[in-house]
Design a protein around this ligand. Structure first.
Ligand SMILES: *[C@@H]1O[C@H](CO)[C@@H](O)[C@H](O)[C@H]1NC(C)=O
Ligand SMILES: *[C@@H]1O[C@H](CO)[C@@H](O)[C@H](O)[C@H]1NC(C)=O
Ligand SMILES: *[C@@H]1O[C@H](CO)[C@@H](O)[C@H](O)[C@H]1NC(C)=O
Ligand SMILES: [Cu+2]
Length: 230
C-alpha cells in the first residue's frame, strides 16, 4: 500500500470517525460548518434557534419528505421532531416519526416523513435528536412546510449505508423531548421502553470511542510519515 493511499484512507477514517452524527437532509442549520462540540446543546446543537436568523430553508412536503443523516457511532436511537414556533428553544415539539434505532456506522434515510397538514405555508424547524453512547446530540434544519409529497427522492442524498439497519424502538428519554412539557409519558410508553443497561452502553461507548481510536490513528500516521521522510 502506498503512503498516499494510506494517508487518504487515514484522512477519510479520521473525518468520518469524528462526526457524532450529521443531518444531511433537510440541509442542517449549520450547513458544512457544524461545530461538533456544540452538538450536545438542546435543541439545535450549534445552530440558531431563532427562525429569523436562519439562512437556508428546505421545502418540507407534509405528505412525505426524506429525512437523512450520517452516524459516526455503531448504534444510536433517533427522534425526528418539528415545530412551527419561531423560537425553537420554546420546547413545543411534535414527533414526526417513530423512534428509530440505527445499527451500523454510516448513512440512514427515511424517504417518507410526514408533518401535520395544517402547517402548510408556515416556516419551522425540523429537529433530529440522537440518543448516542456519548449522550443526547442535536441538529436542526430550517424548513418551509409545503403541500403534497416530495416528487422524487434523490438516491445520492437519501440512502442507507450497506452495513446499516434500522428498526423501531421505544426510548422514553427521546419521547420525553416532544410535546409542550405539560404531558407526561403514557404508562404504555414507559413500560415498553427498555431500562438503560449500564454495562451495555459502557461497552458500546468503548467500541465507539472516537478519541482513543482517532488518537491512535494519528500516532500511527505520524510514525509512518516520519519513517517515509527519514
Ligand atoms: C404547540 O404546538 C402546537 C402545534 O403546532 C400548537 O397548536 C400549540 O398552540 C403550541 N402550544 C404552545 C403552548 O405554544
Ligand atoms: C432505510 O432503512 C429504513 C429502516 O429499515 C427504511 O425504513 C428506509 O426506507 C430505508 N431507506 C431507504 C432510502 O431505502
Ligand atoms: C445488560 O447487558 C448485558 C450484556 O449485554 C446482559 O448480559 C444483561 O442481561 C443486560 N441486562 C438487562 C437488564 O437488559
Ligand atoms: Cu458522538
Amino acid at each position: 500500500m502506498s503512503l498516499r493511499a494510506l494517508l487518504t484512507a487515514s484522512a477519510l477514517f479520521l473525518s468520518s470517525a469524528h462526526a457524532h452524527f450529521s443531518l444531511t437532509t433537510p440541509v442542517s442549520l449549520e450547513g458544512d460548518e457544524m461545530d461538533e462540540k456544540l452538538q450536545t446543546s438542546a435543541p439545535c446543537g450549534g445552530g440558531t434557534t431563532d427562525i429569523t436568523k436562519a439562512t437556508f430553508f428546505t421545502d418540507f412536503h407534509v405528505d412525505g419528505s426524506p429525512l437523512g443523516w450520517l452516524l459516526g457511532h455503531p448504534q444510536a436511537n433517533f427522534l425526528i421532531r418539528a415545530t412551527t414556533d419561531e423560537d425553537a428553544s420554546k420546547a413545543n415539539w411534535t414527533q414526526l416519526f417513530p423512534v428509530v434505532q440505527q445499527s451500523g456506522f454510516g448513512k440512514f434515510c427515511e424517504p417518507v416523513v410526514t408533518a401535520p397538514e395544517e402547517w402548510v405555508g408556515k416556516k419551522g424547524f425540523v429537529g433530529v435528536v440522537a440518543n448516542a453512547p456519548d449522550g443526547m446530540l442535536y441538529q436542526c434544519a430550517a424548513v418551509n412546510f409545503v403541500s403534497g409529497a416530495a416528487a422524487s427522492i434523490d438516491s445520492e442524498v437519501c440512502t442507507n449505508g450497506t452495513s446499516v439497519s434500522g428498526s423501531f424502538t421505544g426510548d422514553s428519554q427521546l419521547t420525553a423531548l416532544v410535546g409542550d412539557g405539560s404531558v407526561s409519558p403514557s404508562p404504555s410508553e414507559t413500560a415498553s421502553s427498555p431500562a438503560p443497561n449500564q454495562s451495555d452502553s459502557a461497552a458500546t461507548s468503548v467500541m465507539g470511542g472516537r478519541l482513543p481510536v482517532g488518537t491512535l490513528a494519528v500516532s500511527v500516521l505520524m510514525v509512518l510519515v516520519g519513517a517515509a521522510l527519514a
